[in-house]
Design a binder for this molecule. Structure first.
Ligand SMILES: [Zn+2]
Ligand SMILES: [Zn+2]
Length: 102
């Protein structure tokens, strides 16, 4: 049975970042899972961690649990625009107040 409900067709359960980092003869790093290229190993590791490695990430706004950082970002951007904006503006207001008291 093909289960695509999570919307993450490339997610591999149980893999680690190191499993997916490939390096070709030209010294370019690439992702074994989706073919994403990067000249920097660190960037590629970040890509793999965000896109392909299953973990437990929780939404700070509604406590929803998702399996990748990428999904969490997508979830927050889609569902919590207002909260994000409010958090931003209350933070900058707090900073503004703090600087006015100096
Ligand atoms: Zn990839
Ligand atoms: Zn949420």
């Amino acid at each position: 049975m093909l289960c695509n409900a999570s919307g993450t067709p490339f997610l591999s359960v149980g893999v680690t970042v190191a499993d997916l980092v490939m390096r070709n003869a030209q010294g370019t790093y690439w992702c074994r899972e989706c073919g994403h290229h990067s000249s920097s190993r660190r960037d590629l590791c970040r890509h793999i961690e965000a896109r392909h490695v299953a973990g437990d990430y929780r939404c700070q706004f509604c406590n929803k649990s998702v399996t990748t950082k990428y999904n969490l970002q997508r979830h927050v951007n889609k569902n919590h625009q207002d909260e994000l904006a409010a958090a931003d503006s209350s933070l900058s207001r707090a900073l503004l107040n703090a600087s006015m008291h100096l």
